[in-house]
Design a protein around this ligand. Structure first.
Ligand code: SF4
Length: 96
């Protein structure tokens, strides 16, 4: 159903005929870590997240998985992968 309080007209899974079902019956405002995220939007109670009702919970375990401004950097420790078939052919060609 569509939210009628914080983001009027926005589809929300927490909105029901009885109103907002989320904790405290409302979304919560964004936290400092959300600064710069494209998903932060202006609501009737201030800046809120358009995809998560509780930004504080999204950052409680570390990086928010929905953040657009910060990403996890994964560094590979493996060297360049080698095709074993091609490596074998190359090795046998050198022997000749
Ligand atoms: S997606 Fe994450 S970082 Fe972005 S506004 Fe929502 S809670 Fe904040």
């Amino acid at each position: 159903m569509q939210c009628q309080t914080v983001l009027p007209g926005t589809e929300c899974t927490f909105w029901s005929k009885q109103g907002c079902n989320f904790i405290g019956n409302s979304c919560q405002t964004v936290v400092d870590e959300c600064q710069g995220c494209d998903r932060a939007v202006e609501g009737t109670i201030g800046h809120v997240c358009s995809v998560a009702p509780s930004p504080k919970q999204k950052w409680a375990q570390g990086l928010c998985n929905m953040a657009t401004h910060r990403k996890v950097e994964i560094q590979s420790t493996e060297s360049k992968s080698v095709n074993p078939l091609k490596a074998s052919k190359k090795a046998s060609a050198k022997k000749k």
